[in-house]
Design a protein around this ligand. Structure first.
Ligand code: ZN
Length: 226
């Protein structure tokens, strides 16, 4: 256990959904999230992304809550939601050999102090009892701001660590809009010799908002008060 995790366990939790003191996700928010619909997003060229929730309402607040001080606690709870809703766990043997994530741009991780996709991937791996390793690296488009619409639709490029043995990899992300980023990540893994790739995300932005991918980059308060 790293030091920051040990320290964060001493700080009283606030619910990632409504910010009430208590648990990392209160019962009211847990119930609200349970009714959030799952969505399948096309992720050309590497198949589809199955997502557990729609990035709206309480689910949206809770996912944005990954950014708060108790981000790790929120990640653990949300990873549990992802694993259960998508049926990723298996009673017999782990359905995946490894969990990985599509890394966030260096600028965004630096602003936040961590990569929230990595945080979620590590929490999912812990739930499944399989290792989590970094397999993907961005090849271009590291800066998110100022990117053109075409590049946003195409997504960033990735290269993957080559696989020496055939393994099954689960790629985890927090929120998907077009599926292009995870599609590119999945293809890079297949090109590197990964035998099987499954793409999942905690949430998909609601369909009408998918053309406004930048909306989720804003702080939560600004959209809620609009
Ligand atoms: Zn709550």
């Amino acid at each position: 256990m790293d030091a920051s995790l040990a320290i964060s366990s001493l700080i009283p939790h606030r619910c990632a959904g409504c910010r009430e003191r208590g648990s990392p996700l209160c019962d009211v928010c847990r119930f609200a999230i349970a009714s959030s619909p799952s969505v399948i997003v096309p992720a050309s060229p590497a198949g589809v992304v199955t997502t557990a929730l729609t990035f709206d309402g309480v689910a949206r607040s809770a996912i944005l809550g990954l950014k708060y001080r108790n981000g790790r606690a929120a990640a653990r709870v949300l990873a549990g939601v992802l694993v259960r809703r998508l049926g990723l766990a298996s009673v017999n043997r782990p359905p995946f050999d490894l969990v990985t994530w599509a890394p966030t741009s260096r600028r965004r991780s630096a602003e936040r102090g961590y990569d929230q996709a990595e945080l979620l991937a590590r929490a999912v791996a812990a739930h499944l009892g399989v290792p989590c390793r970094r397999l993907l690296y961005r090849t271009h488009g590291d800066a998110q701001t100022g990117r053109g619409r075409d590049e946003r639709l195409t997504g960033p490029g990735f290269r993957a660590r080559p696989a020496r043995i055939p393994i099954r990899v689960l790629v985890v992300d927090d929120v998907v809009t077009t599926g292009a980023t995870l599609g590119a990540a999945g293809q890079a893994l297949l090109d590197a010799g990964i035998a099987e790739v499954r793409l999942v995300a905690l949430a998909a932005t609601p369909a009408p908002r998918r053309s406004h991918a930048k909306a989720r980059e804003r702080p939560p308060g600004r959209l809620e008060s609009a």
